[in-house]
Design a protein around this ligand. Structure first.
Ligand code: NAP
Length: 279
């Protein structure tokens, strides 16, 4: 049995869907069933259920709001993760922790290896990294999987926003100097299931293949969704946000390849399939 947290979010939803499709016994839970910040409740819940693996997709993900809510963000991303890792330790279960490109310093133009230069620029990134450290301190049987620019059918994301704005506006300004890779949760979910069934523990990066800027991504969304909205490329300096974003979010997939896991399809291919799924 595999336990999945964050089932009402983008990734958790597709992970449960994939496990169900494979006929793997699983349970998806969210805050109503279990608040991960409640240490005693997490310990009891997991020791009663005794899953072989916990795929931990729940997180505090409001990147800008986190700048004003460090305590609550930390409570969920650091201590919630610690609670789950301790509960896994008690029953000798595996744990998959989902992390982010925001842990890196975001400098340069080459892909970050898994042991690249860690220097989060935001509260969200810092708490996600501290969550990684908790998992690594407590467990041996762990996977830390860093992903970026996530989109899935169950929740809000950049693509849904672009489609909505693309229908309302003739043109849009989108930043062109942050480069990374989109990650389609329906493509990531099979990889996470493969990991859960393996013993190839360690730290990984997993996104769809290929890199783009947010502006390039937006242009492709407009084109492929048949929307007549012009995308103007602007620098980050003209689009101020509360939390700093990395300029370079390129992630190396060497650890996936070295361990015999499949790479995800290209982001363009993922976008086409996602637009069909949305219909
Ligand atoms: N979205 C991205 O672009 C992105 C990029 C890189 C990495 N990631 C990571 O990928 C993972 C999945 O992201 P996502 O986009 O699927 O997230 P999401 O859609 O925001 O879903 C997160 C889920 O976690 C739940 N949650 C929050 N606090 C909780 C608590 N105290 N107890 C139990 N559940 C709680 C939320 O429930 P409520 O709705 O009730 O709050 C929500 O259903 C996360 O670890 C995230 O940090 C995301």
């Amino acid at each position: 049995m595999i336990l999945v947290t964050g089932v009402n979010g983008q990734l958790g939803f597709d992970v449960v869907k994939e496990l169900t499709k494979r006929n793997i016994e699983c349970l998806g839970i969210d805050r109503e069933e279990l608040d991960i910040t409640d240490k005693d409740a997490v310990g009891k819940y997991i020791s009663n259920l005794k899953p072989e693996c916990v795929i931990h997709c729940a997180a505090y993900t409001a990147v800008d709001r986190a700048e004003d809510e460090e305590e609550i963000c930390s409570k969920v991303n650091v201590y919630g993760t610690e609670n789950i890792a301790n509960a896994c330790k008690n029953i000798d279960a595996k744990m998959i922790y989902i992390s982010t490109d925001y842990v890196f310093d975001g400098q340069g133009d080459t892909p970050f290896e898994v042991n690249g230069n860690i220097k989060p620029h935001s509260i969200y990134g810092k708490t996600k990294y501290e969550g990684e450290l908790k998992v690594k301190e407590i467990l041996d049987k762990y996977f830390v999987v860093r992903i970026s620019w996530v989109f899935g059918v169950n929740g809000n994301n950049f693509i849904k926003t672009m489609i909505r704005l693309g229908k309302e506006k003739e043109s849009l300004n989108v930043v062109c100097d942050q480069i990374g890779s989109p990650t389609y949760t329906a493509d990531l979910a099979p990889l996470l299931c493969d990991m859960a069934l393996s013993e190839k523990y360690g730290t990984y990066h997993a996104t769809n293949e290929g890199y783009c800027s947010w502006a390039e991504f937006a242009s492709e969304i407009m084109k492929r969704a048949g929307l007549n909205c012009r995308v103007n490329q602007i620098p980050t300096s003209e689009y101020p946000a509360k939390a700093a974003r990395p300029f370079n979010s390129r992630l190396s997939k060497k650890s996936l390849v070295d361990n015999g896991f499949n790479l995800l399809p290209s982001w363009e291919d993922a976008l086409d399939r996602y637009l069909i799924e949305l219909k």
